[in-house]
Structures are given as C-alpha cells and as structure tokens.
Design a protein around this ligand. Structure first.
Ligand code: SF4
Length: 244
C-alpha cells in the first residue's frame, strides 16, 4: 500500500506497520489476511515497516490519509512504535489522518501526551459491523477528537437506533460527544456476506436527518460497483472540517 489508494474516501493509505490479529466478526474476510497469505506471509505477525514508516513526510500537497489499512493503529503489538508514528503526524500538519480502529478501549491509554482536545489533523473512528460492536462507539465518545467517525463496514445486520451517538437526544439537547461522520459499506470479495439495502438506508436516514455527512461506499458483492446509489442517490459527503 502507499500513496495511491482504492479506498474511496481517502487520497492515500499509510501503513507504518503491517500484520494484525483478528478481533471480531468484521475481520473474518480481512483482505490483508487474504493478500499476505497469497504471498506466503503470516498475516498475524505485526511488523514495523522498514520502507514506509515516514512516507507522509515525502508526500506533496495536502492529503487525506487512511492509516493502517493493513493493521490497526492501536494494536498492542505496535505500542513500541506508535510514538514515532504520532511524531510523523505532528510533523505533517498539511495532511489529515483518518485513524480507524477495532480496539477503541486502548485509545485513551495510547494517545500522545500533548493530545489535548485532539490533534487538529486527526480524525478518530471505530468500526461497527453489528449490534454487538456498537459498544465501540461508547469508547470513542470518551476520547476528545476533532472529528469522530464510524465505519459501518462490512455491515452485517441492522444496527437499529443510533441516536445515542448522534448530536441530539430526543429532547433536543445537544450531546457534547457525538459522531461527526459515518461510512457505510457492504462486504466485497468471493466470500462476501450479504447486506440488505434497508440496513444501510436506515443509517443514511438517521445521519442525513441531522444533516450529518455520510459516505456510502458500496453494496455487498464479489465486486461491488464503484458508484453505488442508495435511496435514489449517491451519498459521498465528507465532514465540513475536511474543507476547513
Ligand atoms: S482489525 Fe482490520 S486489519 Fe486487523 S484483522 Fe481485523 S479487519 Fe484485518
């Protein structure tokens, strides 16, 4: 992985380490596992990259960078290297980093000392593939961050009512810690698990009702189309802060 990415909501990917350990249902068909096994490598061994660790320092312009597409930023095996990686982020304020994790219970104990209310160039997110993992949103709400986001991918069931993590309670009071962005996607690849459009539409409805941006990445399928349409339109919205 590197400067170019196939992830529709980023300009680039950055993998300061690679390899990961499966933690939940969403990991079942992890593409990193598939690719590493194809090349005879053990995907469960987490390794610091010899060639990519400081890559963003060399990139021109201002990029939206998805971190750790081949691992998890907060995985315990990378604890010794994460400080150096935070340093790369601090030295490149021109870039914006999207850090997505399935280990949010580790975030608070593994932030840099000067995190404060969150680095201005970091968005923090969690993956939520099924109701069981909605609890990751609770962990995320405890963390100060400029942008908090959720990736509902691969979406494996209807998640129901998300209002607890959205900006307003039913009584109209604004909840100080809430999501700012949602990404929705079905699973791809030969072993994909189906996603019903109504599960995705329910999330879109709940976000858009509150004017929260959503990014609908894809339906489920072996090779889902590049321009997915849901409820009659494409949903490709970024948080406003992306343009701030
Ligand atoms: S957390 Fe991500 S990279 Fe790690 S095994 Fe799961 S899907 Fe793969």
């Amino acid at each position: 992985m590197g400067e170019q990415t196939a992830i529709s909501w980023s300009d680039a990917t950055w993998n300061p380490w690679h390899g990961c350990i499966k933690v939940s249902l969403g990991c079942k068909n992890c593409y990193m596992y598939r690719d590493k096994e194809r090349f005879g490598q053990d995907p469960s061994v987490v390794t610091r990259s010899k060639t990519k660790f400081t890559e963003p320092l060399k990139w021109n312009g201002s990029k939206l960078i998805f971190t750790c597409s081949w691992s998890d930023w907060f995985i315990g095996e990378a604890d010794a290297w994460r400080g150096d990686a935070w340093d790369v982020i601090k030295r490149t304020p021109q870039h914006t980093y999207q850090i997505l994790t399935k280990r949010p219970e580790r975030i608070l104990d593994h932030l840099p000392r000067d995190w404060g209310k969150g680095y201005p160039n970091v968005w923090l997110g969690v993956s939520v593939e099924s109701k069981k993992y909605l609890r990751r949103l609770d962990d995320l709400m405890l963390v100060p961050a400029r942008i908090r986001f959720a990736s509902f991918e691969p979406l494996l069931e209807d998640l129901g009512d998300l209002s607890r993590w959205l900006p307003h309670y039913p009584n109209g009071r604004c909840y100080h810690a809430h999501l700012h962005w949602g990404i929705i996607g079905g699973e791809s690849g030969p072993d994909y698990r189906p996603m019903k459009d109504e599960w995705a539409a329910s999330i879109v409805e709940q976000f858009s009702h509150l004017r929260l941006p959503v990014w609908f990445k894809q339906h489920a399928g072996i090779r889902p189309g590049l321009n997915p349409v849901l409820t009659g339109r494409e949903w490709k919205q970024f948080p406003e802060a992306a343009n701030a």
